[in-house]
Write a protein that binds this ligand. Structure first.
Ligand code: ADP
Length: 301
């Protein structure tokens, strides 16, 4: 009945891209865990590599803001990855209409996200799939980066990056936070907010190109003076120029510090964009309201 003579299976938690995730009890420690079962063999070639990559990366990234891989083993033709059990994720928090997020709450979630990301970048790992439902939240309110299946080590040999991925996806999360922040504290926009928070993200396009158009509409098309290396990017095409909307207009009720940090993070040219380390040192995180103590953050009932 026990899996690998150690784990007592409980209910299914969800279905991921590569297989089922179920809840279990680790009889060795008494701890509740989440086991990701990855089908081996039947799937396309890439999958096994994805799983192995996730294992390798997570072993190198041990940190309070990164999901802990407790164990990994093959069992009945499946690969099992055992993770610490997490109660919820940031998407569930953002979407819950009963949750009010104060500026301090948002700051806290944002700070924990950046802390996790800093550990990745220090180890030369790009997460490449930063989005609210990959940011899991534990019972103590700690936020942890998860789902490293897409992650890659910078400059590792072999396949080139699919260049489309990294530009906008990372940006996405911060906008969600920012927008939920703007809108939740602005009663007039409450209607829009629920549709936004109910799976209608601010800048979501229905294809990469459409996504890019949505970004340019708000942030303006990047100009050669802003981003000198732009024209050398693969697949570069010139867009009819659009000017950036002021951050104050995109996020009317955010604090000046928040807007300053956002504009620095949303700098197109990676050479001038601030690093995660610099973002964490930004005065936004030391000015009042201070980040909420994780244990006191609101979570879905
Ligand atoms: P995907 O491949 O679609 O990103 P995952 O395979 O990471 O999804 O996870 C599938 C589902 O399992 C998630 O939506 C979540 O509900 C649940 N889950 C994943 N990891 C954990 C965990 N550590 N603790 C609790 N639930 C989890």
């Amino acid at each position: 009945k026990k899996v690998a003579d150690r784990y007592l299976k409980r209910e299914i938690l969800g279905e991921g891209t590569y297989g089922v995730v179920y809840k279990a009890i680790d009889t060795k420690t008494g701890q509740t865990v989440a086991i990701k079962k990855i089908r081996l063999g039947k799937q396309k070639e890439g999958v096994n590599f994805t799983a192995l990559r996730e294992i390798k990366l997570l072993k190198e990234l041990k940190d309070p803001n990164i999901i802990e891989l407790i164990d990994a083993f093959p069992h009945k033709g499946n690969l099992h990855l055992v993770f610490e059990f997490m109660e919820t994720d940031l998407e569930a928090v953002i979407r819950d209409p009963n949750i009010f997020l104060s500026p301090g709450d948002i700051k806290s979630y944002f700070q924990m996200t950046l802390k996790g990301l800093l550990v990745c970048h220090k180890k030369w790992v790009l997460h490449r799939d930063m989005k609210p439902n990959n940011l899991l939240i534990g019972s103590n309110g700690q936020l942890k980066l998860a789902d490293f299946g897409l992650a890659r080590i910078f400059g590792s040999p072999g396949r080139k990056f699919t260049h489309q991925v990294s530009v906008h996806v990372q940006a996405f999360f911060i906008q969600r936070i920012c927008i939920s922040k703007c809108i939740r504290s602005d009663a007039e926009m409450m209607d829009k907010s629920s549709s936004l928070l109910n799976r209608r993200p601010f800048l979501q396009g229905d294809s990469d190109i459409d996504q890019l158009g949505k970004i340019f509409q708000k942030l303006g098309t990047p100009t050669p003076s802003q981003w000198p290396d732009l024209e050398w990017l693969p697949d570069f095409v010139e867009y009819s120029s659009q000017t950036a909307q002021p951050w104050r207009k995109l996020c009317p009720t955010a604090s000046d510090d928040a807007l300053d940090l956002l504009s620095k993070l949303f700098t197109y040219d990676p050479k001038t964009r601030i690093t995660v380390q610099q973002a964490l040192e930004h005065r936004y995180f030391t000015s009042v309201p201070l980040p909420t103590d994780p244990a006191k953050l609101p979570r879905p009932a």
